[in-house]
Design a protein around this ligand. Structure first.
Ligand SMILES: CC(C)(COP(=O)(O)OP(=O)(O)OC[C@H]1O[C@@H](n2cnc3c(N)ncnc32)[C@H](O)[C@@H]1OP(=O)(O)O)[C@@H](O)C(=O)NCCC(=O)NCCS
Length: 150
């Protein structure tokens, strides 16, 4: 990551949805819809943040907190910004924010074939705790990962 680059993480808002949708469509074969993202802006259990690099929207993360459990529902980095440490930076930031809210466990689902994301989660201390067969529209399996916070 370019340490000198101005990085900012802030709450997502309505004006970000267009750019988020561009990244979403480049990142997933079954992207979330505009309406789904819009709803999440007002979902009381949702925490929806974007990462800006030199004022450009480089990615986003969305997680839910329910009692003492958090679930990372979506995370993506724009292809132009990938492999430069921003995904790790954003995830690390989110984990610290979740920890600060007294959460004990963070879960998520990841496509079994998504090596980039699997490596990232492995690096961040997530463990495989389950599997959902044919979870995705194309019948790919999902792995359920968990990170247990001390
Ligand atoms: C997964 C994703 C968020 C990673 O973001 P990123 O900014 O490129 O990741 P980083 O540069 O911070 O890399 C952090 C670690 O992730 C892993 N990683 C990232 N890209 C990788 C790749 N193409 N291949 C293998 N491992 C990769 C590595 O372990 C890397 O650590 P290292 O640099 O020490 O090797 C990004 O590839 C993405 O947006 N993918 C599409 C959306 C997606 O799959 N989201 C996850 C859904 S569960």
């Amino acid at each position: 990551m370019d340490a000198a680059a101005a990085i900012r993480i802030r709450r997502a808002d309505e004006r970000d949805i267009g750019e988020i949708m561009i990244i979403e469509k480049m990142s997933f074969t079954s992207p979330w819809t505009v309406d789904f993202f819009r709803c999440e802006l007002y979902n009381p259990v949702s925490f929806f943040y974007i990462i800006e690099v030199r004022k450009l929207l480089a990615g986003y993360i969305l997680f839910w907190i329910l009692k003492n459990e958090a679930h990372i529902a979506n995370v993506a980095i724009h292809p132009d910004f990938r492999k430069r440490g921003y995904g790790e930076y954003l995830l690390r930031w989110a984990i610290e924010r979740i920890r600060g809210k007294g959460v004990a466990t963070i879960t998520l689902e990841v496509n079994e074939k998504n090596n980039a994301a699997r490596n990232l989660y492995d690096k961040m201390g997530f463990k495989i705790v389950g599997k959902k067969a044919k979870y995705y529209e194309n019948n790919d399996n999902a792995l359920i990962l968990a990170r247990f916070l001390e």
